[in-house]
Design a protein around this ligand. Structure first.
Ligand code: T4K
Length: 371
């Protein structure tokens, strides 16, 4: 029997019936984009849901990161993680700045504050840290380093929708935080994203940057770009927002099931223990250590042969890609923890409605790969 593929993720979808009134509103008004009425409702609802005050919706997190860097005037060196999706470093280059890679922490796979500090030079202007898999960075240490050296801190919070740290919304940390609402994320608007600002003035400046820098029909004050979210995406978001808490709770149950079945398997290190307050179960990464019976790539292929599509997020390291590997900070010997993580990590399928029978099959294959 051919089994249906099981992908690493599967989007949370709106109920078409619930979307219908919003579609009718769009068709009636013919307002399709340019900060229309649905976007404005969704923007307020997103801020309330996240527990933050100032949100700018954008067309995707990549452009959100570029705008965040541009708004802060960052054109020098930006210390960042090589263990991320390429968008993180690409955004630095698109903003006209230069990435400098620092190593990551063994436990969280996020930037290691000591490694960050060691990379600071007179050209450093900012730290762009990633909450990888929705696991919070050591925001206290990073921001303390930034304060001492006069640097800005931007968080790539693409994975971290709804995550809380010490009872506070993680998205409120740093100078600016950028979330992704891509189809593969915990919460999606098909494509989309958001920038969280500390004050209204910053939010309005970012809104303008996302709309070509336009202030009014005769005034353009900045070299902005088109990074606007459409009314259709906003309608999807408005419909999905009330469902996301339950979806995260379902993800937590799937992740906890993996943890209980796999955390004791020799040679596997599971990264995200269940029941961590405020986590969003974005992913279930396992590190395939040398005493596991297969290499990471062999396990990846073993699962693929069963139509189970786990993913090696994040391999290769960004610093090993052709457009970055000649940078001094990209030298593999300076990034030993990141190198090891990239060669061992595998993200198992995790989404809110993962079929328990499929999950049992994955658990069976991963816990006894020879069976
Ligand atoms: N920073 C970080 C740390 C990020 O991880 C990302 C994006 C960004 C910034 C930039 O955010 P955005 O600009 O995208 O808002 C995917 C996503 O395209 C990307 O958004 C995401 N990170 C990255 C981690 O994953 P691919 O090339 O691995 O995606 P793809 O198309 O192979 O999709 C993975 C699986 O998801 C598919 O096998 C099936 C499922 N899927 C995917 C899509 C697109 C669906 O079921 N439906 C879909 O529509 O990059």
């Amino acid at each position: 029997m051919t089994r249906l593929p099981v992908f690493v993720t599967r989007p949370l979808l709106p109920d078409p019936g619930e979307l219908e009134p919003l579609l009718a509103e769009i068709f009636d008004s013919r307002i399709l984009t340019n900060r229309g009425p649905i976007l404005q409702r969704f923007e307020s609802a997103t801020a309330a849901w996240l527990g933050v005050e100032h949100v700018s919706l954008v067309s995707n997190a990549s452009l959100g990161l570029v705008l965040a860097l541009r708004h802060l005037g960052i054109t020098g060196e930006v210390i960042t993680s090589p263990f991320s999706f390429v968008a993180t470093s690409h955004a630095i280059r698109w903003a006209g700045a230069e990435p400098v890679f620092a190593d990551i922490d063994e436990r969280t796979l996020n930037l290691d504050p000591a490694a960050v500090e060691a990379r600071i030079t007179s050209r450093t202007q900012a730290i762009l840290a990633v909450h990888c898999y929705g696991i919070p960075c050591d925001t206290v240490a990073l921001e303390e380093i930034a304060r001492r050296h006069g640097l800005r801190v931007i968080y790539d919070a693409a994975h971290a929708f709804g995550v809380r740290q010490s009872g506070k919304p993680l998205a409120a940390a740093g100078d600016l935080s950028v979330l992704s609402f891509h189809a593969t994320k915990v919460f999606n608007t098909f494509e989309g994203g958001a920038i969280v600002s500390p004050d209204r003035e910053t939010k309005l400046a970012l809104d303008r940057l996302a709309n070509f820098g336009i202030v009014d029909d005769v005034t353009v004050t900045a070299t902005g770009i088109n990074a606007k979210m459409t009314e259709l995406s906003a309608a999807v978001g408005l419909t999905l927002l009330p469902k996301v808490a339950a979806a995260i709770a379902s993800r937590d149950r799937v992740a906890a099931r993996y943890w209980h079945a796999l955390s004791g398997v020799r040679g596997l290190r599971c990264l995200c223990p269940p029941g961590q307050e405020g986590h969003n179960s974005y992913a279930f990464p396992v590190l395939v250590e040398p005493d596991y019976p297969l290499s990471r790539d062999e396990l990846h292929h073993r699962l693929k042969a069963e139509n189970i599509h786990a993913r090696r997020y994040f391999h290769p390291l960004i610093s090993d890609l052709p457009m970055y590997r000649t940078l001094e900070s990209a030298a593999p010997q300076g990034l030993p923890v990141a190198q090891r993580a990239a060669s061992r990590v595998l993200c198992l399928p995790l989404y809110h409605d993962l079929d328990p029978a499929d999950q049992d099959r994955i658990i069976g294959l991963v816990s006894s790969p020879w069976a």
